[in-house]
Ligand binder design. Structure first.
Ligand SMILES: *[C@@H]1O[C@H](CO)[C@@H](O)[C@H](O)[C@H]1NC(C)=O
Length: 123
C-alpha cells in the first residue's frame, strides 16, 4: 500500500496533472454537528471526511465525541461532486436514513448515531 502510494505519487509528478488520477487522502466533505436541533445551539464542531476514511456505503459511528454528546442536527457545509453523505439515527445505519443536502439543516429528535458516504468514483 505504501509502496503503491509512492509509485503513484512519482507517476503523478512524471505525468503532471491528470484529472482522472484519484489521489489518496483527498478531502471529501465537511459537516457541522450540533447538540440542538436548529444547526445553531450546542455546536459540537466540524467533522471532516477524507477519502481514506470510508468505503462506499460503509457504516461509520458518529459517537467519538468524548463527552458522549449526541448530535441532533447536521449542516453539510461542503461535499465533492459525485459523493453522497447519509446520516442515521442508529449505529447500524438502518434507521432514520437522511441524505444530507449541502448547506441545509438536517435534524432529528432522536439524534444521529452514524453516517455513510458513497462516491461514484469509488468501487
Ligand atoms: C450551514 O453552514 C454554512 C457554512 O457555515 C452556513 O453558511 C449556512 O447558513 C448553514 N446552514 C444552515 C441551514 O444552518
Amino acid at each position: 500500500m505504501h509502496f503503491f502510494s509512492v509509485v503513484a505519487a512519482a507517476a503523478t509528478l512524471i505525468a503532471g496533472s491528470n484529472a482522472l488520477f484519484i489521489p489518496r487522502n483527498i478531502h471529501v466533505a465537511d459537516f457541522r454537528l450540533y447538540g440542538g436541533e436548529d444547526c445553531f445551539a450546542g455546536n459540537l464542531g466540524v467533522w471532516t471526511v477524507i477519502d481514506d476514511d470510508f468505503k462506499n456505503g460503509e457504516c461509520k459511528s458518529l459517537n467519538d465525541e468524548e463527552d458522549g454528546a449526541v448530535p441532533h442536527s447536521l449542516n453539510l457545509t461542503d461535499i465533492n461532486n459525485g459523493c453522497t453523505l447519509t446520516a442515521y439515527t442508529d449505529l447500524k445505519c438502518t434507521e432514520g436514513t437522511t441524505v444530507l443536502a449541502p448547506q441545509q439543516c438536517s435534524k432529528n429528535t432522536v439524534g444521529y448515531q452514524a453516517w455513510s458516504m458513497t462516491c461514484d468514483y469509488k468501487e
